[in-house]
Design a protein around this ligand. Structure first.
Ligand code: SF4
Ligand code: SF4
Length: 341
């Protein structure tokens, strides 16, 4: 980090900062729903934004991969495939937590590196991301998945250090915002760096939950026939919520809806869940994972594995918070390790 890439922003200047973000597109930020839920919603003023939140139920991935959308329409006779015209609306994601940034970084690898998903690519290109620091609650364990601090995948990142934010710059776009608003973003004061380090240390020491990732894949292999899967499979309702809320899950289903003329139609993509009964169903009627215990075992084996050297779980705690059967992710993983049989 150089002094050029590190600034401070007074909290009293947040409304003005928000107005600047509005110049870069429609702003989506965490908004409170009911007692304890938050979701990323389109907002037009800072008053509606709640930056001090634990987690949104649905992660920011919804901005890049829609829960359900037509990916092309077709006409078999004319052999025409037409991708829907993608909106050119500029977007701003304001207030994204480090764990969700890590999840987005992996999604970008999946959707952009080997085959470029044009929808994902277009949305990412026209989205400006501003990250925000957070404090762990009883379900967070991102420190132990190495995802509690984000170094890339954002334009600007705001660290709450009391009366002001320490601002890290993550991209040329972010640097431009800083350069164009010198009255808003000021140089660091004498104690700002020390304050930042003190706050970070306090945050890192306040995690109550953790997971040991080293050797977890092997432990899961060794537990393939464990009764643990049957125990939790019996409790699982097969609702798929754990996958729907997971920022790292990226399975989708593809369905062709063919018109009555049997010639034209559309191909639809929608989020899909490996916890649903028909996820392993293939042509001919064979199901690779017909029972709940096989599906839960499959999901945990996926989550305990690495992809591109990154864990498939970013420690956000959503799947435990929102499971209607109170199935706790860390409870299962610690049983797999033999820690709390
Ligand atoms: S959210 Fe809970 S009950 Fe629903 S599929 Fe996942 S583990 Fe099973
Ligand atoms: S597996 Fe659970 S804790 Fe891990 S990233 Fe997904 S929702 Fe979050």
């Amino acid at each position: 980090m150089t002094a050029l890439l590190l600034k401070v922003l007074g909290k009293d200047k947040l409304p003005r900062f928000f107005d600047i973000l509005k110049n870069h597109g429609s702003v989506f930020a965490p908004v409170k729903h009911g007692e304890k839920n938050h979701s990323f919603q389109k907002v037009d003023s800072m008053e509606k934004v709640e930056l001090n939140y634990n987690r949104t139920m649905i992660s920011p991935k919804k901005m890049f991969i829609a829960p359900e959308e037509t990916i092309f329409t077709f006409d078999k006779k004319k052999e025409i495939y037409i991708e829907p015209e993608e909106s050119s609306e500029k977007l701003v994601m304001f207030g994204v937590h480090p764990c969700d940034l890590h999840a987005l970084n992996l999604l970008a690898k999946v959707f952009l590196e080997e085959f470029t998903d044009t929808l994902y690519s277009s949305r990412r290109d026209r989205t400006l991301i501003v990250g925000i620091s957070c404090s762990p609650d009883d379900f967070c364990f991102c420190k132990s998945t190495g995802t509690s601090f984000a170094s890339e995948g954002f334009e600007l990142f705001l660290h709450d250090i009391g009366e002001k934010y320490l601002v890290r710059v993550g991209s040329p776009k972010g640097l431009r915002i800083i350069s164009e608003n010198p009255d808003l973003f000021t140089e660091l004061g004498d104690n700002d760096l020390d304050q930042f380090k003190a706050v970070e240390n306090e945050r890192m020491n306040s995690f109550k939950k953790s997971i040991e990732m080293a050797g977890l894949q092997d432990m899961l292999d060794l537990s393939y026939d464990s009764q643990i899967w049957k125990e939790y499979g019996d409790r699982c309702l097969g609702c798929g919520s754990c996958n729907m809320v997971c920022p790292r899950c990226r399975c989708y289903d593809v369905q062709d809806n063919i018109d009555l003329n049997l010639t034209t139609g559309e191909r639809v993509r929608r989020w899909y869940s490996c916890m649903l009964q028909d996820h392993g169903l293939v042509a001919g009627g064979h199901n690779f994972r017909p029972s709940a215990y096989e599906r839960i075992r499959n999901r945990f084996n996926c989550k305990g594995s690495l992809r591109e050297d990154m864990p498939n779980c970013v420690g956000c705690g959503r799947c435990s918070v929102y499971c209607p059967a109170d199935i706790d992710f860390l409870e299962i993983m610690s049983k797999i390790r033999g820690e709390s049989q």
